[in-house]
Design a protein around this ligand. Structure first.
Ligand SMILES: [Zn+2]
Length: 135
């Protein structure tokens, strides 16, 4: 299976899944998956809340949801990105900041939900790309 790229349309803000560059289905703005760097996020399988998408935010911008056991790749320019994950009332997250640069072009993260007393929290962990599931 091809990689799934998730792009946030710069014109209308619609989060779009693409396997290659194309057009936004909502406003037909051209969307490119070509970027010097990327962040890949794998949502680890979890019985708890499996039916619900986890909302992903990059630098406070909504990038849509990730499903259970799904891998998404976010093509991005070099820079610093804070990753935040929410689901319903669960808004606690370890909010890692990822630096994409020429020496670090593809950062892989796994996300899982940790059960808490008042609310659950999301843990994002940087992993070696070889441990990412291959579709
Ligand atoms: Zn659009």
């Amino acid at each position: 299976m091809a990689k799934t790229y998730r792009i946030r349309c710069p014109r209308c803000g619609n989060p779009v899944n693409l396997s290659a560059s194309g057009a936004c289905p909502q406003c037909s703005a051209p969307l490119s998956v070509d970027a010097p760097a990327s962040i890949s996020i794998y949502r680890m399988g979890n019985f708890y809340g499996a039916a619900n998408g986890f909302g992903i935010y990059i630098n406070e911008q909504p990038y849509g949801a990730i499903g259970n056991r799904e891998t998404l790749t976010f093509p991005l320019p070099y820079g610093e990105y804070k990753i935040h994950v929410v689901c319903g009332m669960n808004r606690k997250c370890n909010d890692p900041v990822i630096k994409l640069s020429e020496s670090d072009t593809n950062v892989c993260l796994k996300v899982h939900m940790k059960a808490g007393f008042f609310q659950n929290s999301f843990i994002l962990e940087r992993v070696d790309p070889s441990t990412m599931p291959q579709n």
